[in-house]
Design a protein around this ligand. Structure first.
Ligand SMILES: Nc1ncnc2c1ncn2[C@@H]1O[C@H](COP(=O)(O)OP(=O)(O)OP(=O)(O)O)[C@@H](O)[C@H]1O
Length: 833
């Protein structure tokens, strides 16, 4: 998938979003407003994700460029309309009949370009911060194209603080006078607290001092390079600017939240810790790592791990204890210095990473030896702005960054779309790819009930980024439909584990479980990134022991499972064989029947054809030679008459020849003349008779010839019929052969069926054998067993132990010669087969 396609959300998600956005037309957001007072928290366990829209005012440069100003129209406090400018792809597409040039979107609230930072904070953050100080975790993330004002919204400028410093100020206002200033309770893993020894506390203090000192050292350079949080104008008076950050100044800028303090235990204290990290090119970096400030030094990549509860946390992430908003702002500034910014075509100071600033609030009892009552976390995620690579003309590092940014935003889009789809009971639940990117992995708990999430969508009104802005809006439209299931957590609901400096739990406040439960709780999932270093040596040994025992049990169950599966497979195979056999025999019968039918019908056909042919021939012959009987008799009469005439003529000829002999004597001349004349006459008559006879003979010869020709033709037809019959006979024999083969196949199938039955017997024998082995295993000391490398090795060894069984024989090379309890099983050779 190229970057163009991957921008924000995939094409198909985008299409889905398109339809969603139109479904929303005119529709007001569902009733979801509810106050986050502690006693109503249970009621709002399910609520749609809050999505706020903030529209950035035009910058001076944009105004100078005469950017089209009619792309974004705010209709009311919840609705905004986007009008595609002429040069945008949306207009081109709509002209081609794909999509629309006008889009309307609804949000939890829309903040126009004239909205001040204070108004925005009041309108969007009030609820989430109030819930947070009462113990509900919160996540705020800004989403939008590059240069849309995400960083400005979160951090703000020195004159106009963003939601992060304002939230910090509210938090410090809230805990004022009840702040726990010692650093001996520190956030640990995802939701736990570590109790530090004095030496460790000193170390913490030293780290903090070093971080703050690094700011002083670099003040000048920071002011020259970082302008995101504090304006360049204030560079000359950096320190004074920082000093002018105390909460008082903030308080003057906005009305403090009306937080219900009464629900918090009167005698409680709070400790505030912060962390700041970034996800850059899918690597997590601690932004508060002072060592990494040097650009030449390679930054240390942090790992995302999971604790016993499967909650993700960043291993070795620095948590710094802070006592005031100004301290937090200083640290934020140091973090910003380490953050990956770059000058892109769209934004001079573009954030090239997703940065996450987290605040952990530890609630403690107000005693000499305080107890930890709860931990809550508020995270601000400034997502990197995405852009189309061709538009930004990105290449090299920028292109790689854009690819990674787009990819993680794309996965975030997929997660949100899947979350939304899974809320529809009519649809098949789909896999939510939280683990496909670091960002979504860290966001996952917030979409699974760990706390309240809220999304801030930043857009600018520039026509040049209209298409990207439209994508963002579509994305937010679907995000708005995600229902969050927020566990009714407040302080004291999920009490954290307190871990001692040695890594062992020292106090466990959950009323339902005791400290003794902890070792079991240390059981970690076998994920590649599970952090086992959090366990002490003893726990590790104990865990190993437990795991070993579990392994034995697991192996037994696996063996049982395998036997069960084998049996099921054998049954299934047998069933399949029977079905196949039945199917084949049916098929065979059908084929036999159909061939026989075909054969018979062909025979009939040929017979009919021969009969017809013979009949036609006979008819033709009869037609050719048909002579009516009268004609025939007349002809016969004629022939007889002629024969009589011939006989008479012959007689006359004899007489005439006798006379001629007598006349040969020279006595009378007259007589000779008469005789000559008579002879001439007879000759003439004979000649004529002869000619007639010759003509008749010719006719008869021709008749004989034509009859002979017809006989020849009939012979040929007969030969052809013979040939057809011969072919039919051949086909018949072939079919008989096929039938014979099928019969053979059937008998083979029957043999297989018998074999399967035998296999089944073997399996049942194995089952018995296994039961025996199980009893044997139970008696054995599991510790003495050598752990095998895997299930197969274990199976093989187990089967080798029972090498007298058919299966054991199959794995002869693993046979244990010492096994005395071999049994001779007659089925062994069958299994081998
Ligand atoms: N609401 C606003 N009022 C006045 N200026 C603003 C506002 N929002 C943003 N800006 C200005 O717009 C510019 C870009 O803002 P910003 O750096 O916060 O954008 P971004 O979305 O974080 O960009 P990227 O994703 O590239 O980091 C900055 O100069 C900022 O001061």
């Amino acid at each position: 998938m190229d970057d163009e396609q991957k921008n924000y959300v995939s094409a198909e998600i985008s299409d889905m979003l398109e339809s969603v956005s139109f479904l929303d037309l005119g529709g007001k957001p569902p009733p979801m407003e509810s106050t986050v007072l502690p006693n109503t928290e249970e009621q709002e366990a399910y609520q749609p994700l809050k999505v706020f829209l903030r529209v950035r005012p035009f910058s001076v440069a944009e105004l100078e460029n005469h950017e089209s100003q009619g792309c974004v129209t705010i209709e009311d406090s919840q609705t905004v309309t986007l009008h595609a400018p002429k040069e945008s792809s949306a207009v081109k597409n709509s002209e081609r009949g794909i999509g629309h040039s006008l889009h309307r979107f609804t949000f939890s609230q829309v903040f126009g370009p004239e909205t001040t930072q204070s108004e925005f904070f009041e309108g969007s953050m009030r609820e989430i911060v109030r819930a947070y100080v009462n113990g509900v975790n919160g996540l705020v993330f800004t989403y939008g194209v590059t240069n849309a004002g995400k960083t400005f919204t979160i951090q703000g400028s020195s004159k106009d603080f963003g939601i992060l410093p304002r939230s910090l100020d509210v938090i410090f206002n809230h805990i004022r006078g009840r702040q726990y200033l010692k650093m001996n309770f520190k956030p640990y893993l995802s939701n736990d607290v570590k109790k530090l020894e004095d030496a460790q506390v000193k170390q913490e203090e030293a780290i903090k001092t070093a971080i703050l000192a690094s700011l002083k050292e670099d003040t000048e350079s920071i002011m020259n390079t970082i302008t995101n949080v504090y304006d360049l104008e204030s560079a000359s008076s950096t320190n004074s600017a920082l000093k002018s950050l105390p909460s008082d100044s903030l308080e003057k800028k906005f009305v403090p939240l009306d937080i219900n303090r009464t629900n918090i235990h009167q005698r409680t204290q709070a400790s505030v810790w912060i962390s700041f990290y970034e996800i850059y090119n899918e690597y997590v970096y601690d932004l508060l790592n002072v060592l990494s400030t040097s650009k030449s030094q390679k930054r240390r990549v942090l790992r995302i791990c999971e604790d016993q509860g499967g909650n993700s946390y960043i291993k070795d992430l620095k948590w710094i204890n802070i006592q005031s908003t100004e301290e937090a702002c200083k640290i934020l500034k140091i973090g910003n210095k380490n953050r990956s910014f770059a000058c892109t075509r769209m934004n001079e100071q573009s954030s090239r990473s997703h940065s996450i600033f987290s605040i952990r609030l530890l609630k403690l009892t107000d005693e000499h030896q305080p107890r930890v009552l709860g931990v809550s976390e508020l995270s601000f995620c400034d997502l990197a702005g995405s852009e189309r690579c061709n538009k930004t003309q990105a290449f090299g590092d920028r292109l790689k960054e854009a690819g990674n940014i787009n990819n993680s935003l794309h996965i975030l889009g997929k997660c949100i779309a899947a979350l939304k789809q899974n809320q529809n009971p009519k649809m098949k639940p789909s896999y939510i790819p939280f683990r496909e990117s670091k960002l979504t992995r860290l966001f996952q708990p917030f979409f699974c009930g760990k706390g309240k999430a809220c999304m801030i969508v930043n857009i600018n009104q520039s026509a040049s980024t209209y298409d990207e802005t439209l994508h963002v809006m579509k994305f937010s439209a679907i995000a708005k439909q995600v229902i969050q299931a927020i566990l009714p957590k407040s302080f004291g609901y999920f009490t954290p584990k307190i871990i001692g400096s040695d890594g062992k739990p020292i106090i466990h406040f959950d009323v339902n479980t005791s400290v003794d439960d902890f070792p079991d709780g240390t059981e970690t999932s076998m994920e590649e990134e599970v952090d086992i270093t959090i366990l002490s040596h003893e726990d590790l040994l104990k865990t190993t022991e437990n795991l070993r025992e579990k392994l034995v049990v697991e192996r037994q169950s696996k063996l049982l499972l395998e036997v069960k599966i084998r049996r099921e497979m054998a049954e299934a195979m047998f069933r399949q064989l029977l079905e196949t056999e039945e199917a084949w025999s049916n098929r065979l019968e059908d084929m036999k029947d159909s061939f026989e039918e075909k054969l018979e019908s062909k025979f009939e056909m040929y017979k009919e054809a021969i009969k017809k042919h013979a009949y036609v021939c006979a008819m033709e012959q009869i037609e050719d030679h048909y002579v009516p009987i009268e004609e025939f008799l007349a002809e016969q009469g004629k022939v007889e008459e002629r024969e009589n005439k011939i006989m008479q003529l012959e007689k006359q000829l004899d007489e005439q020849s006798g006379r001629l002999l007598a006349l040969e004597s020279p006595s009378s001349d007259t007589q000779t003349t008469e005789n000559d004349m008579e002879l001439d006459l007879i000759n003439k008559k004979m000649k004529r008779a002869n000619e007639g006879l010759q003509k008749q003979c010719k006719e008869k010869e021709e008749l004989i010839k034509s009859l002979k020709f017809k006989i020849q033709k009939l012979n040929e037809t007969l030969l052809e019929a013979n040939e057809g019959y011969r072919k039919m006979a051949e086909e018949n024999s072939r079919l008989k052969h096929t039938v014979m083969l099928k019969d053979q196949e059937m008998s083979n199938l029957q043999i297989w069926a018998k074999r399967v039955l035998e296999l089944e017997e073997t399996v049942s024998y194995l089952q018995k054998e296994l039961d025996e082995r199980k009893k044997h295993l139970c008696v054995e000391d599991p510790k003495q067993q050598k752990p095998k490398k895997g299930l197969l090795a274990n199976l093989k060894s187990t089967v080798a132990g029972t090498s007298g069984t058919p299966l054991g024989k199959g794995w002869g090379k693993y046979e244990d010669s010492s096994t005395s309890s071999r049994k001779q099983i007659p089925l062994a050779h069958k299994v081998k087969e």
